[in-house]
Design a binder for this molecule. Structure first.
Ligand code: MG
Length: 204
């Protein structure tokens, strides 16, 4: 004979396992089709949480930096480069939101920090492109550090989550390198630069 116990549907975030045990309940049914299983509050590796929280801020700073680059390129009359960097700024905000959502999915709360003023002096177009590459290399090092910390803390979910960012950083560095090499090739020929600028303006 199969006994059907009474049950209540509760959010996974609200489950208090100690309380359940104290009520003499020995089994809990999970709806595996529902949202991701959060770690219990207070058990999430604090080191990983802190780095992820900082990364939200770093990605927002990247957006600020690229918006600054966009403004500089527009000022220099390169509206295609300006549009390309503005799009890049939007992507950086998407990166921040992705991490923000992940932290919340783990039952933790994001602490929003002040976004710093872009602190790179912008002198000429090629220097700006090179600063872009340097910045992406720096971001790659931050992403790798989060992955490594998660690995040391045996936080397998965050390792898997960070896979996307590791791949994304490969693309970001490649894009930055490509911009530099194209500008070095065509930057001095006004007709070629016009075409390059036009093509960059088409980025979706
Ligand atoms: Mg990014």
């Amino acid at each position: 004979m199969i006994l059907k116990p009474d049950y209540n549907v509760v959010s996974l975030f609200d489950i208090d396992f100690k309380e359940i045990k104290s009520l003499g309940i020995n089994a809990v049914l999970f709806d595996l089709d529902s949202t991701v299983m959060p770690s219990k509050s207070g058990e999430y590796p604090p080191k990983v949480k802190e780095l992820l929280n900082d990364q939200v801020n770093k990605e927002m700073y990247s957006a600020y930096l690229y918006l600054d680059f966009s403004g500089f390129m527009g000022y220099k009359g390169l509206s295609g480069f300006a549009a390309w960097y503005k799009k890049q700024a939007e992507e950086e905000m998407e990166h921040a939101f992705k991490i923000y959502d992940y932290i919340h999915a783990n039952g933790e709360k994001v602490e929003l920090l002040a976004i710093a003023k872009p602190n790179i002096a912008l002198n000429d177009e090629l220097q700006v492109l090179k600063e872009g590459l340097k910045h992406e290399q720096y971001v790659t090092s931050l992403i790798h550090n989060i992955y490594e910390t998660a690995m040391n803390e045996k936080d397998y979910r965050t390792m898997q989550f960070m896979d996307w960012f590791i791949k994304e950083q490969c693309e970001e560095e490649e894009n930055a390198e490509e911009l530099i090499s194209k500008f070095e090739k065509y930057g001095k020929d006004l007709a070629a630069l016009y075409e390059l600028d036009k093509s960059l303006g088409k980025r979706d």
